[in-house]
Design a protein around this ligand. Sequence first.
Ligand code: SF4
Ligand code: SF4
Length: 368
Amino acid sequence: MKFPISMTAGLAGYILKNKMRPRPEWQKNATPEANAANPFRILSPKAGEKRQPHPMIHKRFPIVLMLEPLHACNLTCTGCGRIREYESSITERVPLEECLAAVDECGAPVVSICGGEPMMYPQIGELTAGILERDRHIYLCTNGMFIKKRLKEFTPDKRFYFNVHLDGMEKNHDIAVERVGVFREAIEGIKAAKAAGFQVCTNTTVYKETDMAEIEELFEYLKRLKVDGHQIAPAYGYSAVNDREIFLTREDVHEKFKDIGRLAKQYAIRQTPVYLEFLKGERELPCTAWGNPTYNVKGWKGPCYLITDGHYKTFEGLMTETPWESYGHGNDPRCEHCMVHCGFEPSAALGINVGLADNLKMLAWTLR
Ligand code: SF4
Ligand code: SF4
């Protein structure tokens, strides 16, 4: 099984509603432009015609809120941009009420609680309960080390997943997170959560040195633990991470993911078939950075989860003041090799560059 049917149906309803009634103020900064490579462009009107916005522009609304209640973490992973970028505010936390206000303000149907290590947030149980009360789906992204200790603060719910970060089998995962024993503790956490009736999925980042055969071994191992699904995506170099050797170019990503279709048939990989085709290099997708907005101690981070060109006080500010047309492949050199799921998975979900055959693929994937 991939996403639960209730979640997919809820998402589809939400997307349809937003497509039918787009917020005009979220589209207003897009100006007509001739460059066809710019996915955010507004088409210029033909002579005698009224100015028509580009159809994609009607698809600018959030799907997944990336909520970072804190940036503190008990680990110092090699590829982590957060603990470096927010070093100066690493002891700060977003108060509980402010987190919930951000959930309301954004309105996205799915909330990914990330960080930092969100299981170090003192009111993490109350935060998840408050989000579930608002009828949102939650992925609680964690390194897994505190699951056992804090499990009693949560209640199993079909809309709630622990999403445990695992970048390989024991030896290589422990190297990536720079501490021996992390893999074992994460696995203990997964076992405890499953035994208590929680849903668990895992989150794997593919780096330059990742051996995809090992990722298959990992998925096979996790299958035996009855893990409910896997997220997998390529790493991308945040400007906050100095060691660029570990990150991938687009060509590297195509090579790493060339066999992902076979893995997706064998294991419950949660990425959409359209996004997986993009990773394999079989199709193009434009970035839809607004689809996964990020809220943290500094406010609404723009333009995306990776690049920080500003923090906005309000979600409205992020949507209306960000020069969206300046970002994406071909528009900003920092975006050149980016294929991360937070930028491109929403494009697949929103049906951008997607035809009838793709819609059928997505339906088959949902029902499988
Ligand atoms: S566990 Fe997550 S937040 Fe903590 S250092 Fe590693 S990648 Fe960063
Ligand atoms: S292409 Fe990547 S880095 Fe650029 S705006 Fe989109 S998500 Fe951010």
